[in-house]
Every structure is written in structure tokens, then in C-alpha cells.
Design a binder for this molecule. Structure first.
Ligand SMILES: [Zn+2]
Length: 210
């Protein structure tokens, strides 16, 4: 599977475009500002349609262009615990870069923990990883040995827990039971910053020891 990474403004949020082999579709993990515009050349080049947007959580910087993607035909997937933020993004105005407008998004498919999401030839395990946000999830591809972890964990760091619905003990528990239990060679693609691996974080992450 080909994975294209886009780091987008205004706070350097990663979007990941997944291009499974031999398909006419693609899947986007998270939809920061300008995501649809950013991925369009790649979609055109590969002659693919954007089938779905998988949201790792409902924070504004991860959902900003989800409505645009939906209007272009993509189905939106998210965990029900972040539903309010996604359907009414301006609830987050206090935590947003001032002056931004984000369109509401209708969730087409609610994600369930441990669900195996079969989508355009991919088989993604959904794991609930609350703590940074109540509806934080990760998407784990056992075959490709990759996981898209949103803001639960970063290379050498972890997600903040001071936003509404954040909880440090929950985050620590999510990382220990849902991330550190993945095979060590699993590549973690976070919502901000560079990719890392489960083994590297278990060995060196100072916030949650493996
Ligand atoms: Zn976040």
C-alpha cells in the first residue's frame, strides 16, 4: 500500500492518503485545512476517487476540510464520542486559531472499538484510544504493519490532555493497552510530526514508559 503524507496548516496537522494496490479508490486519514486540494493532484495522477475520510478524532485541525471531502463524495467515519465536535465544529472556537470557520460535518459511519473496517481492499482494526479526546481512535493495518494514531502518541511525546474531555490516566492506559501491545515493528503515523515505531516509543518515550 502506498501512503502519502501531507502536513497542513495552520498547526502542522498530518493527513495520510492511503492508496491500496489495484483499486480505483483512495482513503484519507484526517482532513486538516486544505487537505482535499492537497491530495487532488495525487488522486488525479493515480486516477482514483476519494472513497472515505477516517477521522482519528474530532478536533478542529483534523476535521477542517471533512465537509469539503464529503461534498466531493467521500463517506465520513468517526467515533460517536466526538460527534458533537464534528457536527458542530465551532463549539471548539475557544481552542481554534482565531478567525477560522469550519463547516459542520455529518458522520456517515460510526466506528466501534475492535471493529474491523473493510474498506477499498483494506482491513483496518479500529482501536479506541481516549485520553487526548474522548472519541480518539487508531486504525491498524496488520498486513502493512502500520497504525494511524491521531494525537494519542507522537514520536517522543504524547497528546495533550488539557482540552475538554481530555484525561491523562485514560491516555496513559490507552497507550499501554492499545498501542504498546501492537507488534514492535509497527510504524506509527501520528497526527503531528514524524512517523515512529511501537518499539522506539516503548523504549524511549519519556511520558509513557513501555
Ligand atoms: Zn487533537
Amino acid at each position: 500500500m502506498q501512503i502519502a503524507t501531507y502536513e497542513l496548516p495552520p498547526v502542522g496537522t498530518n493527513a495520510y492518503l492511503l492508496l491500496p494496490p489495484n483499486r480505483a479508490e483512495a482513503v484519507l486519514v484526517d482532513a486538516p485545512f486544505g487537505a482535499l486540494k492537497a491530495i487532488s493532484p495525487q488522486l488525479k495522477k493515480a486516477n482514483r476517487r476519494l472513497a472515505a475520510v477516517l477521522l482519528t478524532h474530532g478536533h478542529w485541525d483534523h476535521i477542517a476540510s471533512a465537509a469539503e471531502c464529503q461534498a466531493a463524495g467521500a463517506a465520513i467515519y468517526a467515533h460517536p464520542d466526538d460527534r458533537e465536535w464534528i457536527e458542530n465544529p465551532m463549539m471548539q472556537a475557544d481552542f481554534m486559531v482565531p478567525g477560522l470557520e469550519i463547516d459542520p460535518v455529518r458522520i456517515d459511519n460510526f466506528l466501534q472499538p475492535r471493529q474491523i473496517l473493510e474498506i477499498v481492499g483494506l482491513s483496518l482494526e479500529v482501536r479506541h484510544v481516549p485520553g487526548h479526546a474522548p472519541g480518539s481512535v487508531l486504525f491498524y493495518d496488520r498486513v502493512a504493519k502500520v497504525a494511524f494514531v491521531g494525537d494519542a502518541i507522537f514520536a517522543g511525546s504524547v497528546g495533550r490532555t488539557d482540552l475538554p474531555g481530555g484525561d491523562w490516566e485514560q491516555l496513559e492506559n490507552s497507550i499501554r493497552t492499545q498501542i504498546y501491545t501492537l507488534p514492535g515493528d509497527t510504524v506509527l503515523y501520528p497526527g503531528h510530526g514524524p512517523a515512529t515505531t511501537v518499539a522506539a516509543e516503548r523504549a524511549t518515550n519519556k511520558f509513557v514508559r513501555g
